[in-house]
Design a protein around this ligand. Structure first.
Ligand SMILES: O=C1O[C@H](COP(=O)(O)O)[C@@H](O)[C@H](O)[C@H]1O
Length: 249
């Protein structure tokens, strides 16, 4: 049975530092247990802080970066190198400083990639890349040790927005058009895919996330996508005090 844990720390800097430590330990443990770690990165402001904190963390030296696969939960469908791409931000914050084989860095295709501006084809391409890394048990997905998610002010996770058609997609990936948050076109893992991860970590900082975090944890009249993003073993809400301010306990 999956367990939900809420961890609250003083502020966004402490949150980034605490999540980075947790992530590094998780990677080290996954490598010790099954030889390899498979991590899903998220985009957004807090994610970039977490990755910068990983870079600063002395314990990161204990990770064997040749045995880590990095995936993304969603991507803003923009040209390669665009500063608003989640990939670009992750590379600048951490990845460019690591000894990673490019084959381990599974970025979602850009809008000037092999499928041009066809986001649906790009999403299908990413689904094939995921399937190629799947266990030989008929699964369409690799095992994800940790899948990190930011939480939007509206309770969105990855590029799955409240009331938006992407939320009901049942394939492993989806193209998102007319996103309520810019840019309008995105590629995302679907909710069924997110829910295959061993651990899902929802990371939120700041007062503008407080209402969405409360609805995700305690429920409400208008459910938010963050409420459905659960891990098979564990779901962690990693919050600063401002994001946790509306929780009843
Ligand atoms: O656009 C996105 O935003 C969310 C939340 O970002 P934040 O800056 O409010 O933390 C992020 O989780 C998602 O990956 C990204 O594409």
């Amino acid at each position: 049975m999956s367990e939900t844990v809420v961890v609250v720390v003083p502020d966004a800097d402490v949150l980034a530092s605490a999540v980075s430590a947790r992530l590094v330990i998780k990677i080290i443990d996954a490598q010790a247990t099954r030889g390899w770690a498979s991590i899903v990165l998220t985009g957004g402001r807090v994610a970039a802080k977490v990755l910068r904190a990983v870079k600063e963390l002395p314990a990161s030296a204990a990770v064997d970066w040749s045995r880590v696969d990095l995936w993304w939960g969603d991507e803003r469908f923009l040209p390669s190198g665009d500063p608003d791409r989640n990939e670009t931000q992750a590379r600048e914050a951490l990845l460019d400083s690591l000894p990673l084989d490019p084959a381990q860095v599974h970025a979602m295709p850009p809008s000037d990639g092999p499928d041009g501006d066809d986001a649906k084809a790009a999403a299908a391409r990413y689904a094939r890349e995921l399937a190629a890394a799947a266990r030989p048990d008929g699964s369409e997905l690799p095992p994800f040790d940790v899948l990190m998610l930011g939480v939007g002010e509206d309770g969105h996770v990855a590029s799955l927005f409240p009331g938006h058609p992407g939320l009901s997609e049942t394939g492993t990936t989806a193209a998102v058009h007319d996103s309520p948050k810019p840019p309008p076109t995105r590629v995302t893992l679907t909710m069924p895919t997110i829910r295959t991860a061993d651990e899902v970590w929802l990371i939120a900082a700041g007062p503008d996330k407080a209402a969405a975090v409360r609805t995700a944890i305690e429920g409400g009249a208008d459910p938010v996508p963050a409420a459905s993003a659960t891990g098979t073993s564990k779901t962690l809400f990693l919050l600063d005090t401002a994001a946790a301010a509306d929780l009843s306990r």
